[in-house]
Design a protein around this ligand. Structure first.
Ligand code: AKB
Length: 354
């Protein structure tokens, strides 16, 4: 069968490499990939890809760069078969340098996205585990980047700030004395990444994620997880008992904005970056405000408040972030406000939640 294929060359903004985009015009081949890529597309490895962000990020990157160029890794078995069907998925333990190195060599990796991390609440319950995974993990990831000349993006978090940090419009550069083990591993990640950049020229990039809200993968072990859990209770017509108090204000980001921020920073030309670690702000709200927003659609939804150990963690974090450097250097701009997030979450989860 003859296929009529239009090839259009576009420049990859980061690598300056040429990607070849192809489109099939044959209606008889509906499953043909809409993007074909030449040998020069960046080959990307992602650690911890079964986490909240990895799952969405992998599919967007695969659509953009070609499935075979995005190597998803984790130490867990994917629950969705599509993860294995849609592209390479490999076992990779971030504590084991040589097995990571083997993947980088055998799959000719160019960019590493190091997402593996123990989050704030789990970190407080298991500090030793958080130290092992988060500290050793980034050390291995940066060594990989140095030895194999990789661009590396490793996310930080608002948890890198602490109780003595200015709370409103927290700047990129300010007091960083976190009170959680997760937070201090994120400060370590930021400073070590900057050290590798200055000392070895490693192309390290990082962004400080606020709480992330997503209709796909569930978050696990974070302090901001309530902002996802609440939707499942509302849609199951169950009252929600919130583990933070009603007026606890935290910065949050909706998943499509999170993915866009990550890819925009990943693709930005190195010369455009005036710093290596960036705040990204979305929208700040309290549990009471998200409850009210959900109540506009689910009017009989009920909430009560029973703060637990996570309240102290939340109280140590900023209320909002100054992300002017991200806006200036790589054009960052969030698109979702609270009511838009709520509407989208309810529309998407209605189809999933029984
Ligand atoms: C957490 O709550 O631990 C994370 C984060 C803010 O990094 N969502």
């Amino acid at each position: 069968m003859l296929l009529s294929v239009l090839r259009r060359c576009i420049k990859s903004p980061l690598s300056g490499r040429t990607l070849v985009q192809a489109r099939s015009f044959s209606s008889a081949t509906p499953d043909l990939k809409s993007h074909l890529f030449d040998d020069n597309a960046p080959r990307i490895m992602i650690t911890g890809c079964l986490g909240q962000i990895g799952s969405d990020l992998v599919s967007v990157l695969r659509a953009k760069y070609g499935s075979e160029n995005v190597i998803a890794t984790d130490i867990k078995k994917p629950s969705k078969a599509s993860f294995l069907r849609d592209g390479p998925f490999l076992y990779a333990d971030v504590l084991d340098y040589s097995s990571l190195s083997q993947i980088v060599v055998e799959h000719r990796i160019d960019w590493l996205i190091h997402n593996s991390s123990i989050l704030s609440a789990t970190g407080e319950l298991h500090p030793q585990l958080a130290l092992d995974v988060n500290v050793k993990g980034i050390q291995n990831a940066l060594e990989l980047a140095r030895n194999h000349n990789l661009r590396i993006l490793a996310p930080s978090s608002i948890a890198a700030f602490g109780p003595s940090t200015p709370k409103e419009m927290t700047p990129d550069s300010t007091i960083m004395r976190p009170s959680t083990v997760y937070g201090l591993t994120k400060v370590h990640l930021e400073l070590l990444g900057e050290y590798y950049f200055n000392r070895y020229g490693v192309d390290f990039r990082s962004l400080r994620y606020p709480g992330v809200i997503s209709s796909e993968a569930l978050p696990g072990g974070g302090t901001t997880d309530y902002a996802v859990d609440i939707f499942y209770y509302a849609l199951r017509n169950k009252p929600y008992e919130c583990f933070l108090s009603e007026h606890t204000k935290l910065p949050m980001l909706y998943m499509p904005d999170t993915i866009r921020a990550t890819i925009e920073l990943l693709e930005a030309p190195s010369a455009a970056l005036s710093q290596r670690v960036y705040n990204v702000n979305g929208i700040s709200f309290t549990p009471e405000e998200i409850y009210k927003s959900i109540q506009q659609s689910i009017t009989d939804f009920k909430i009560s408040y029973k703060p637990d150990f996570r309240q102290r963690i939340a109280d140590s974090w900023p209320h909002s972030l100054d992300d002017s450097a991200a806006r200036k250097d790589w054009g960052w701009k969030p698109e979702y406000d609270l009511d838009r997030i709520t509407k989208d979450m309810i529309d998407k989860l209605r189809k999933k939640v029984k």
